[in-house]
Design a protein around this ligand. Sequence first.
Ligand code: FES
Length: 157
Amino acid sequence: MEEQLKLVFASYKGEKNELIPVLQDVQEEIGYLPDEAMREVARFVRVPESKVFGVATFYARFHLQPRGRHIVRLCCGTACHVRGASKVATKLKDTLNVGVGETTEDMKYTYEEVACIGACGLAPVMTIDDKTFGKLDPDKTKNIIENFGEAPEGGEA
Ligand code: FES
């Protein structure tokens, strides 16, 4: 991690107003913001650690825990909600064995719930990374999750 931080810090002067961009770059480099990295950032931009932790927890774009290789986002906007997103959510959480914002044990998926993603015609909708899956029902959703990014095992269609 030291090397990764050095790499990021090399493009900055170490000033207070660089806090957010530095955090963004550290997150991009490491994948999330470990406590130790935030302490180093605090020293580097010369602000109190509490300020760095405050900023990192305030903005949803910052992640304080390791994230999965794939990000599953279920839309919980109105159109998706009325078309059964909550049943899909239950199935997703059961299948992944995680709660909202959590990552599967094998680090494959992080599960998030989001507001309208602008594909209401396909409700209920989820995305995995940059792929969109619409008109979901619980079984279809489970199938997508189990087969995403890997050849299906056992040859099931
Ligand atoms: S409410 Fe889900 S895509 Fe708009």
